[in-house]
Design a protein around this ligand. Structure first.
Ligand code: HEC
Ligand code: HEC
Ligand code: HEC
Ligand code: HEC
Ligand code: HEC
Ligand code: HEC
Ligand code: HEC
Length: 361
């Protein structure tokens, strides 16, 4: 026999009394009486949460402020609607062309599911509750209460943003075929990586724009970046988070991955946020950068030579794009560096019909 929904409702109200009376100090915002006047029942009205309830539960308050007038306002005390109307509209980010499928794939989340997924046939999804636990979120920690990597029998809770992403973009057995394991790409044991998990290895990234710096020396220096520095909304004043963007791969700025696309400020806007365009095109490190990026050997994308995340094989994030770069006449496809911070190396490959066997710089 299924329990009557009113009994569940009474149970939820009863269990929420301590929260409403302030038994817990520093209440998370979702348990704050000022914010959620009906306590647990504000969300648990319909009482079937085995599939997490979907985005509808959240966008009552985090969505289009107009919605409130239609649905919730009637039930809420006078001051409440005003507060909610001032909140950021997260829902709008999900109307962008590139987005997490929180609205597109519904009803696939399970409240008891364990991520990373071990079933290759499990449907890929990303509900609001996969990234935010509604009982624990706070201004300081928006992924509080989300489980991370399991170490033996111990469940760890996420403290770093990248651990959240690895729940679905690392060891998942259901990764899409074109996707790669991000934990492997960012591993601090790699010869090179963008400094998300740890400070980077290269001490001569001459193109870096301050406050970005290879190693933190002064207080204002930034030597570590986050997934969110590159993945997020295209609007600078939008709510934080990789919800949706007008740019491909949910990037905060445009990044062209196409071969033969003319170089411009816009084409590689993402990289030029942190790497000085004049330095790159002025060949301050690789002396043939301009020749390839904007000149006669190209024009070609940074992606033709660099992996944006990290490289398991080479320094300088070098990982050639196999759809453009192929083995040379001797069947070799590799990069060799010759000395550290001296900007010298050799390439063995074939590209745009030019044999490199090797070509040196
Ligand atoms: C009844 C209204 C309401 C509902 C429903 C609701 N929230 Fe909230 N949420 C709030 C309020 C109020 C805050 C406090 C932050 C603020 O004042 O902007 C908050 C804060 C948050 C934060 C932290 C952000 C910050 O800046 O403090 C996250 C993340 C969040 N909510 C996600 C969710 C998710 C996911 C759901 C659905 C499962 C959800 N919320 C449902 C009202 C609501
Ligand atoms: C901001 C909205 C919100 C509020 C407020 C809220 N919950 Fe929840 N709760 C959810 C969502 C969404 C889930 C499903 C989470 C998931 O599937 O990962 C959930 C899950 C649960 C579950 C687990 C259900 C299951 O099937 O595993 C229980 C029990 C629960 N809530 C009780 C409470 C109690 C008690 C309160 C008040 C103290 C409360 N909730 C307040 C949104 C909320
Ligand atoms: C609960 C699972 C889940 C979590 C956690 C998650 N994602 Fe995703 N992500 C997805 C799904 C599902 C897609 C749709 C494409 C796919 O299946 O990979 C996606 C797509 C993306 C894409 C676009 C991929 C493309 O091919 O253009 C990016 C970028 C991305 N996620 C970044 C992140 C970042 C950054 C984080 C951490 C802040 C994160 N994701 C956390 C499930 C998740
Ligand atoms: C320095 C900028 C930068 C950072 C930091 C970054 N990304 Fe990316 N990411 C990119 C770019 C550029 C692309 C698209 C082009 C490409 O594939 O190289 C991309 C593509 C992706 C994709 C789609 C391709 C795929 O393999 O599925 C996912 C998912 C993704 N990133 C996840 C992450 C996660 C998770 C993190 C943090 C652990 C992260 N990214 C950090 C720049 C970045
Ligand atoms: C793939 C993971 C993912 C999904 C899915 C997701 N979020 Fe987020 N969200 C994040 C991350 C990461 C942040 C940024 C945390 C930070 O950097 O402070 C964030 C930030 C937020 C914030 C705070 C924004 C700010 O600027 O203060 C709110 C509110 C929020 N999310 C609500 C939602 C709601 C509602 C949904 C579903 C409609 C949702 N999120 C879906 C990962 C996600
Ligand atoms: C034809 C291959 C190729 C292309 C295309 C290319 N690079 Fe490079 N890049 C290299 C090589 C090789 C190095 C290593 C130089 C050395 O030995 O230190 C390098 C080094 C770098 C460095 C580290 C040193 C520095 O200058 O700070 C950055 C940053 C960089 N590239 C950014 C870019 C960006 C941004 C683009 C696209 C606009 C791009 N590269 C396109 C081959 C390439
Ligand atoms: C949010 C800032 C940021 C963005 C955006 C960014 N980078 Fe970087 N990048 C850094 C930092 C910081 C380092 C220094 C890491 C180190 O010291 O090894 C770095 C280092 C590098 C290196 C040298 C790595 C090594 O180990 O030699 C290359 C190559 C590079 N970036 C290419 C790119 C390309 C291509 C893009 C655009 C897809 C890009 N970066 C976007 C911050 C950024």
């Amino acid at each position: 026999m299924r329990p009557n929904r009113y009994i569940i409702k009474i149970f939820l109200v009863a269990i929420s009394i301590p929260f409403l009376l302030g038994a817990t100090k520093n209440k998370p915002p979702h348990f704050d009486y000022e914010m959620l006047p009906s306590g647990c029942a504000t969300c648990h009205r319909s009482a079937n949460f085995r599939d997490g309830g979907g985005p509808g539960v959240c966008i009552i308050c985090h969505g289009n402020p107009q919605r409130l007038n239609m649905d919730y306002k009637k039930r809420m005390p006078a001051g409440f609607g005003k507060k909610i109307r001032q909140m950021k509209d997260i829902e709008r980010q999900f109307t962008k062309l590139y987005r997490h499928p929180s609205f597109d794939v519904r009803g696939k989340h399970r409240s008891k599911e364990v991520l990373p997924e071990i079933d290759p046939a499990a449907p890929r999804h990303a509900d609001c509750v996969d990234c935010h636990h509604p009982h624990f979120v706070s201004k300081e920690n928006k992924y509080a209460g989300i489980r991370g990597k399991r170490l033996g029998n111990i469940v760890t809770y996420i403290t770093e943003e990248y651990e959240l992403c690895y729940r679905c973009h690392a060891e998942s057995a259901n990764l899409p075929p074109q996707s790669t394991n991000k934990r492997i790409e960012f591993a601090a044991t790699n010869p090179s990586y963008h400094p998300v998990e740890a400070e980077g290895r290269n001490l001569a990234v001459v193109s870096l724009i301050r406050p970005y710096r290879e190693k933190k020396v002064d207080n204002n220096d930034i030597s570590r970046i986050t997934c969110g520095d590159c993945h997020g909304s295209d609007e600078s004043n939008a709510p934080k988070g990789p919800h949706g963007s007008a740019y491909q791969h949910i990037l905060v700025a445009n990044f062209s991955t196409r071969d033969k696309e003319p170089e411009s400020d816009q084409a590689y806007a993402l990289c030029y946020r942190c790497h000085n365009r004049q330095s790159i095109l002025g060949n301050e490190s690789f002396k043939y950068h301009a020749l390839h990026i904007s000149g006669s050997a190209g024009p070609t994308s940074c992606k033709t030579c660099h992996n944006s995340h990290g490289s398991q094989q080479n320094k300088y994030l070098i990982q050639f794009d196999p759809s453009i770069v192929t083995p040379n006449s001797a069947g070799q496809l590799k990069f060799e560096e010759r000395g550290i911070s001296v900007f010298k190396g050799s390439c063995y490959l074939s590209c745009h019909g030019v044999d490199h066997n090797p070509k040196e710089y």
